[in-house]
Design a protein around this ligand. Structure first.
Ligand code: C5P
Length: 226
């Protein structure tokens, strides 16, 4: 059995983008690499946790020493997360698509040569973080951590997001152009909890992940979750 402060603890990490089908061969996606999610999963595993890693189609390498559950769409991701429960802590690092194509079907859309615009209607995806945060005690992980990529008023926006989503912590990062954080190797984050905001020094995504994993371990130990 693994040793470490998270030995015997089951934790969940979501990561990567989601792909939302337009038809069987096309999809809508975003530029998330999944790098921070992979680093977090590895850092939790290094502390001894049993990690379930639910990931959309990411370009970053898969974490080693964890259970990888690959998914495509936001709805697939929610189902996989629900299947992975119960867990003691859950970190939602995925860049989930906010919308999906309504009525995406089993047939490839054909162009008819008329030059007319193709119209796609987008419908809202489920909010996985909010759904899991709102589960009743017992089903809800005792620690739920969300992410917030912000460009302005990072602390105010992330604090509001924490309350709106119902999660315990928000890891807020400043993704303003010029920071080089989006797609880069480093991250600069502020940890928002019920106690306030704590700014962490800019560091590699691996270092941010180790620090977050250590905080999660300390929190679960303090809480005395059996
Ligand atoms: O609402 P927003 O996308 O800014 O919130 C970001 C946080 O919410 C991230 O932790 C992300 O993983 C999570 N999220 C989710 N399901 C969605 C949208 C966001 O779990 N549909």
């Amino acid at each position: 059995a693994p040793a470490g402060p998270l030995a015997g603890r089951r934790v969940l990490v979501t990561s990567g983008p989601t792909h939302e089908p337009i038809d069987p061969v096309r999809y809508i996606a975003n530029r998330s690499s999944g790098a921070q999610g992979t680093a977090i999963a590895e850092a939790l595993a290094a502390l001894g946790a049993e990690v379930v890693f639910v990931t959309g189609p990411a370009s970053a390498p898969m974490p080693v020493g964890v259970q990888v559950v690959p998914v495509e769409s936001a709805r697939d991701m929610l189902a996989a997360v629900e299947t992975a429960l119960p867990v003691e802590a859950a970190v939602f690092a995925a860049a989930v698509a906010d919308w999906r194509v309504e009525g995406a079907g089993a047939s490839k859309i054909k162009k008819d040569g008329s030059g007319k615009c193709l119209e796609l209607r987008l419908t809202e995806n489920p909010d996985i973080l909010r759904t899991i945060s709102g589960l009743p005690a017992g089903a809800r992980p005792s620690l739920v951590v969300g992410f917030a990529a912000e460009t302005d008023d990072v602390i105010a926006n992330a604090t509001a997001k924490r309350l709106r989503k119902g999660c315990d912590w928000i890891v807020a990062n400043d993704v303003s152009p010029g920071t080089g954080i989006m797609g880069g190797a480093e991250n600069a984050v502020t940890l928002i909890s019920g106690e306030g905001a704590e700014e962490w020094p800019r560091a590699s995504k691996a270092e941010v992940a180790r620090r977050l994993a250590a905080r999660i371990a300390a929190h679960l130990a303090e809480e005395g979750v059996a």
